[in-house]
Design a protein around this ligand. Structure first.
Ligand SMILES: [Zn+2]
Length: 207
C-alpha cells in the first residue's frame, strides 16, 4: 500500500478513525437509520467558513448546502438542473427542518467577483452563477462607506438569498404559519464571530 502519510486528507482520516470514531461509533450507528437535522444551512464553499465547525454541530444535526457566495436562486420549477433548489426541497419537505440559515462570510471572493467582475479563468460557470447577485451588490457598492463596503455587499447577498428563499411557495407558506424560521448570518473570519440580521434590519453581533 502506498505511503499516504504526507497526504493531509488521508492522515486526517486516520485521526478521525483513531481519535473520533471509537467514541462516536454508537452515534453513527444510530444515524444509519436516518437523519433528522434541525437546520438547513446555505453557506459559501469557502474553506474558511465551515458551518459544522462554527456551530460545533454533531453529525445528523445540520443539512448543509454550500456553493459559491452562499446564493439561493429564485424559485424556477422549469425542469432544469437546480442543485440548490433540490436540496431545499428535500430539506424542507422530507426532512422537515425547522430553520433555514443563510450564512455569508468576510472576504468572500464570490461577492467580490459580483462587485468587480469574475476572473477571466472562471467564465464557464462562476461568471453566470454570480451574475444573479451582481445588480444588488453594485447598487450597495455605489453608496456604502469605503471601509465597510466589503461587509455591506456580503450582507446584501445574504439578504438576496433570504428574499429568494421566500419565492419558494412551500418555504414562504411554512414561514407564514410558524413551522419554519429564516435566519441571516455573517461570519467574521479573523474574529471568529457571527452577526445576525435583525428586524432593525441590520446585522448585529449574535448575543
Ligand atoms: Zn465566499
Amino acid at each position: 500500500m502506498a505511503d499516504d502519510s504526507s497526504d493531509p486528507l488521508i492522515s486526517g482520516y486516520h485521526r478521525f478513525r483513531a481519535n473520533h470514531w471509537p467514541a462516536a461509533r454508537a452515534e453513527y450507528e444510530a444515524l444509519a437509520a436516518g437523519q433528522t437535522p434541525h437546520t438547513l444551512i446555505v453557506a459559501c464553499s469557502d474553506s474558511r467558513a465551515d458551518p459544522a465547525l462554527i456551530f460545533d454541530a454533531a453529525p445528523g444535526q445540520l443539512f448543509v448546502v454550500r456553493n459559491v457566495a452562499n446564493l439561493v436562486p429564485p424559485y424556477e420549477p422549469d425542469g432544469q438542473l437546480h442543485g440548490v433548489s433540490a436540496a431545499l426541497e428535500f430539506g424542507v419537505k422530507v426532512l422537515n427542518v425547522r430553520r433555514i440559515v443563510v450564512m455569508g462570510h468576510a472576504h468572500c471572493g464570490g461577492v467580490a467577483a459580483m462587485r468587480y467582475g469574475a476572473p477571466d479563468t472562471v467564465q464557464d460557470f462562476v461568471a453566470p452563477w454570480i451574475a444573479q447577485g451582481t445588480p444588488v451588490v453594485r447598487r450597495i457598492a455605489e453608496t456604502c462607506e469605503l471601509e465597510s463596503c466589503e461587509q455591506a455587499t456580503e450582507e446584501a447577498v445574504v439578504r438576496l438569498s433570504l428574499d429568494n428563499l421566500r419565492t419558494f411557495p412551500w418555504i414562504a407558506g411554512r414561514e407564514a404559519d410558524g413551522r419554519l424560521e429564516l435566519t441571516g448570518l455573517h461570519f467574521g473570519i479573523a474574529e471568529g464571530m457571527l452577526r445576525k440580521l435583525t428586524s432593525a434590519p441590520r446585522f448585529e453581533p449574535l448575543s
